[in-house]
Design a protein around this ligand. Sequence first.
Ligand code: UDP
Ligand code: MG
Length: 308
Amino acid sequence: MQNPVYSTVIPVYNSTRTLGELVSRLDQVFTEIGAAHEVVFVDDGSPNPETWPILKALAEEHEHVHATRLMRNFGKAGAVLCGLRQAKGEWVITIDDDLQHAPEDIPILLEKKSHDVVIGAFASRKKHSVFQRVTSRIKSYVDTRVLGVPPGVRMSPFKLFHARVVQHMIAVDTTRPFIPALMLQSTQDIVQVEITHHPRLYGRSAFGLRRRIRQFSNLIFGNASLVLRFLAVLGVTISCLSLLYGGWLVLSYFWKEQTVAGWTSLMVVTLTLGGLIMFSLGVIGEYLIRIIERVENRAAYLEREKLR
Ligand code: UDP
Ligand code: MG
């Protein structure tokens, strides 16, 4: 088989019915483009017993389809990283397994392939709950401020990477991969194109609140200095305020006759400090967990079996 120009990396979790359709629609797209391509499936330890046999059959049937099954569920980013490490194309596309991003939109991404990364973001964002809107607001703030996503660019799992970016991303030795962070460490040359969001045809989303919180904490704590710096600023501010308040207390001790006043303020100060200390301990704990994981040299993913 000739070397593929394009690789499509697909993390798979419990899907069955979409997989064959994905391969045939991708084949169609790249036939029209007239370029050799490969499909790299990574089964992220799907509990669904039907998923792996389908991937296996697809890989056996098609020479350009590769399938790897992970030992257990490592989370989407681990599966994507595993796929990126196998991709041989000059450009690499990442796409979800549920056909919410249409393979037919790939040519829209390819129009800007002179850039390092092209992100296919959804144009319409309606029918969302208040909670979803608030969290997505926070997320986009964190994306630009913490991660350094170029302003105006919205994150999406549907992306096109040039191999030079992928090459740097996969070289990072991490136990908790976070794809946008890996990408932004390598490049700032990121552009966005608008595509349409397609409803999920089969099954339901694997990302409940718990998974989203885990992703978010990876984003926050994956940036070692961020929370620590915030805590330092908070600590200094509170110390300054306490110093002023203490000074005022000393002065008033000399000026006025003191009764057993001040219980309220004492409680407020004690509780605030107590809360702050607990919070800081939690933060330090989070970093400790990450350090322990590093020391243990844990893997971001482990492979069980691989077809081609
Ligand atoms: N996914 C994965 N591991 C997981 C959960 C999800 O690899 O533990 C993959 C899944 O196969 C899909 C993508 O992540 O390709 C997005 O998942 P889903 O469609 O369930 O989430 P949503 O579209 O609601 O964000
Ligand atoms: Mg989805």
